[in-house]
Design a protein around this ligand. Structure first.
Ligand code: E4P
Length: 217
């Protein structure tokens, strides 16, 4: 399972990268705004800075909502760095743009996916990644993990290459459950990733080991 961090915060990206388990980064316009990154030039420089920190794929989302606009923006984003993945919204023009980019060998991430039907369309359009938002489904009393299971079944039935990128992950149990189902990738905040480290018996055990070592030395 690949681990992506879902943030535009460079310190958090560095921290996850330093752990040695990071496979990529996802961003979106809200995450950029949260870090105060505004204006085309600053946004572009920020994507480049992220690419310098991580080794893997970095999703950069288009703002345009029409096919021509998405193609223009996506081509410019893809030209920034070989690690950039063009992130496209799950709307009709987004599907068309996905097909356009996949035909050209440019990586894509189809975002804002909330149903198995949308995920099927993304795979048909040749998406590299499909991003079902499990946390936002949970927020409205709908089982986000069930969607991951449905997509896994459909993609396995037809051997689609599109990778299931479980997005809108909120906590460690989301990560574990997605891993059990067989999501190819998860993207979540640093807190969810760091949460995987924690177990009180590890801390108690380590404390005892160190205390016993000190007794004998
Ligand atoms: C990632 O690609 C998505 O943009 C992100 O996971 C959305 O997460 P949120 O629902 O916590 O905003």
């Amino acid at each position: 399972m690949k681990f992506f961090i879902d943030t535009a915060n460079l310190d958090q990206i560095r921290e996850a990268q330093a752990l040695g388990i990071l496979d990529g980064v996802t961003t979106n316009p809200s995450l950029m705004a949260k870090e105060g990154i505004t204006g085309e030039e600053n946004i572009i420089n920020h994507y480049k800075a992220i690419c310098e920190i991580v080794d893997g794929d970095v999703s950069a989302e288009v703002i345009a909502t029409d096919f021509e606009g998405m193609v223009k923006e996506g081509e410019a984003l893809a030209a920034l760095h070989p690690q950039i993945v063009v992130k496209l919204p799950m709307i009709a023009d987004g599907v068309k743009a996905c097909k356009y980019f996949s035909d050209k060998g440019i990586k894509t991430n189809v975002t804002l996916v909330f149903s198995a039907g949308q995920a099927l369309l993304a795979a048909k359009a040749g998406a590299t990644y499909v991003s079902p938002f499990i946390g936002r489904l949970d927020d409205i009393s709908t089982d986000g993990l069930n969607l991951i299971e449905e997509i896994r079944t459909i993609y396995d039935n037809y051997m689609f290459d599109t990778e299931i990128l479980a997005a809108s992950v909120r906590h460690t149990m989301h990560i574990i459950d997605c891993a059990k189902i067989g999501a190819d990738v998860m993207t979540g905040p640093l807190s969810a990733i760091s949460g995987l480290l924690k177990h009180p018996l590890t801390d108690i055990g380590l404390e005892k080991f160190l205390a016993d070592y000190k007794k004998g030395n």
